[in-house]
Design a protein around this ligand. Sequence first.
Ligand SMILES: [Zn+2]
Length: 308
Amino acid sequence: MAMTEGHPALKDIRVLERGWLSSNNVLISDETGLTVIDSGYSAHAEQTEALVRQALDGRRLTRLINTHLHSDHCGGNARLQSAHDCEIWIPPGQWSDVLAWDTDALTYAPTGQRCERFVPDHALTPGSSIELGGRPWSVISAPGHDPHSVILFDPREGVLISADALWEDGFGIVFPELEGISAFSDAAAVFDLIESLGARITIPGHGRPFVDMKLALIRARRRLDAFVADPTKHARHAAKVLIKFRLLERQKEPEKKTLAWAGRLRYLHMIQERYFASRTWQSWITEIINAMCQTGALRRDGIDLLNM
Ligand SMILES: [Zn+2]
C-alpha cells in the first residue's frame, strides 16, 4: 500500500481493502457524513459493519452506493442499512429485480451465492453525476463484466472507482458471454473509455488502489485478447472462479461436498453445456478441480478440499 496510502488524491477517501470474497469498501466523507461504496459479501457482513463503524469515528453513514449487484459487492447492504438507516443507491438496470428480489435474475441462485435482501432508495443513473466528498463524480456505464455496472470518476482529483471492470492485474469474468450474449467487445470498449479518463489513481473492486494505469491496461487487454481468441479459456477461468469463491467461503470441506454443490449449480452446467458439451460433467468438473490443485489455488488433504 506504500505507493497509494497517503496519495494526495485520496485525502478524504478511505479504502478498506478486503479480498476476493468481499469487494473493497470505499469510504468518502464530507460535512454531512460518510458514503460507502460497495459492501462486500454476506458472509463478511458483520465484519464489514464493524470496519465501517470504526471508520465512521462518530460521523453518520448517510449513503451506501453499489457499483453493481454481484453478491460480493452488495452482501453487506441489508446489515448496513438496518444498522445505520442509510440510503441505498444502485445502478437502475436491475431495479425491478431487486424490488421483487428475483434471485435468478440477480444470479445469486444459479451461481450458488448468498445475498441478504435489501431495498434500494435511489437509482445511480449512468450519465448523471453524484456529489461525493463535496465534489461531483461522473457515473459511467461500464458493461462487460456486468451489463448494469457503473464506475465512478472524479475528474477534479483524477480518482477512478473501477469496480470489476478493471483491476491492477485483470478484470472480472465477462458474465454475459457465458450466457451466450456477446460482451467481450463491451469490456474492450470500457478499457478504452477508462484510458481516456486519464485517472491519477484507481480504486478497483478488489485489490489495492493503483497508479500505473498503463500497465493495468496492457495486462487487461492481453488477457481479453486471449479470451477472444479462445473463449473456452474464459469459460474454464469462470468455472474456476465460481469454485474458488465457494472454497473462499468454506475454507475447507470434503471434496464430495464441493462436487455435490457444483453438480447443483445451474451456472456451471450452463458453462459445461455451452463450451464443453463433448465432455461428461464428471470428467469436466474433476479436471477443473485437478487444475486448481495443480496451480495451488486449492489443495487436497485426504477427503478434504482446502482453500489456499
Ligand atoms: Zn462483480
